[in-house]
Design a binder for this molecule. Sequence first.
Ligand code: NAD
Length: 326
Amino acid sequence: MRVLVTGGAGFIGSCFVKYILNKYSNYELINLDALTYCGNLDNLKEIENNSNYHFIKGNICDSKLVKEITKDVDFIVNFAAESHVDNSIKNPQIFIETNVKGTMNLLEAAKENHIKRFLQVSTDEVYGSLGSEGYFYETTPLAPNSPYSASKASADLLVRAYYETYKLPVVITRCSNNYGPYQYPEKLIPFFISKLLKDEKIPIYGDGMNIRDWLYVEDHCSAIDCVLHNAKDGEIYNIGGHNEKTNIEISHIILEIMGKNENYIEFVADRLGHDRRYAISNKKITTKLGWTPKVNFEEGIKNTINWYLNNQDWIKNIENKKAETK
Ligand SMILES: NC(=O)c1ccc[n+]([C@@H]2O[C@H](COP(=O)([O-])OP(=O)(O)OC[C@H]3O[C@@H](n4cnc5c(N)ncnc54)[C@H](O)[C@@H]3O)[C@@H](O)[C@H]2O)c1
C-alpha cells in the first residue's frame, strides 16, 4: 500500500507517520507538509532514514503538485491544517485557504486518481459547545463557533459531498482534544508545561471551568488506523476516551507533577466565543469497529510531562525559530 499523509510533520501527523511505518513494514508512506510555523522535521528523526518513508515539502493548496503526488497512491490521510483556535480568531483567512481549499484540492486529486480511501481528520469542535450534560454523536448537528471549527466543518461537508456526488470512498474522523509528546507549545498542555519550565505563571482563560475530553495522541492514531482499514465508505466516526477535565483540573495536575503550587495560576480574560464543554460519545467506533483507547489519563499526562522535561531542547529550538522569524 502507498499512503499519502498530509501534515505529517505536525503533532498528530508525525505520531501517525511513525505508527504506520512501525506497524506495516510493507507500506510506503509519503509525507506532504508545507512546514508552516508548527511543522517540525525534528518530530520525525527516528524514521527519517526508513527506506519506505518519503518527505515532500509542499502545500496541499498546490493542485499541480498534489495531483502529481497522488498518482500511485492508495490512501490519503489528511491531517494538514491550521489548527489553533486563537490564531483563527486573529487571522481567519489562512484557515479557509488551508483547511477548506486545501481539502478541496486533495479531494479533486483523489477523484482524478481513483484512490481507494480518503480519510479526513476532523475534530469534535465542528459540533459546537455542549451544556453540562450529553455527548457529541456522529448525528449531532454541526454548529461550529470559531473560524477554525467552521473551516473544519466546511471541509467535512465537502468530503461528504464528494462521497454523495462522485462516490469517492471517503471517511471522516472527529476526535476530541489530543495531548502527548511533540505538541506545539501554543496548545494548552505543552503551553502550561513550557511556562512552568521557565518558572512563569500559567494563564487560564475565564473561570477555568471549560471542559475538554482528552485523548492520548497514540490512541488517536490507532483509531485512525482502525478506521482507515475497517470503516465503511461515507461514514463518520467520533474518537474520544471519556476523559473530561476542566482546564483548572488540568492545571492542578500539571502543577502537582511539576512540583509547583497554585500561586503559578493566573486567570486572564476569556477567549472570544469560548466553547464551554466538549464530550464525545465513542460508542460507534468501539462497538462497530472494536477500537478502544489504551492509555489512561494519569499515565498519559505523566509520560507527556516527562517527555517535555527530557526534551527541553525541542522546545528551545521552536522558541529560537520563533525569535528568528519575528
Ligand atoms: N490537536 C488536537 O487536539 C486535534 C484534535 C482533533 C483533530 N485535530 C486535527 O488533526 C489535524 C492535525 O492536528 P495537529 O494538532 O497535529 O496540528 P499541527 O498544527 O501540529 O500540525 C499541522 C501540520 O500541517 C502542516 N500544514 C499546515 N498547513 C499546510 C498546508 N497548507 N499544506 C501542507 N501542510 C500544511 C503544518 O506544517 C503541520 O506540520 C488537524 O487537521 C486538526 O484539525 C487536532
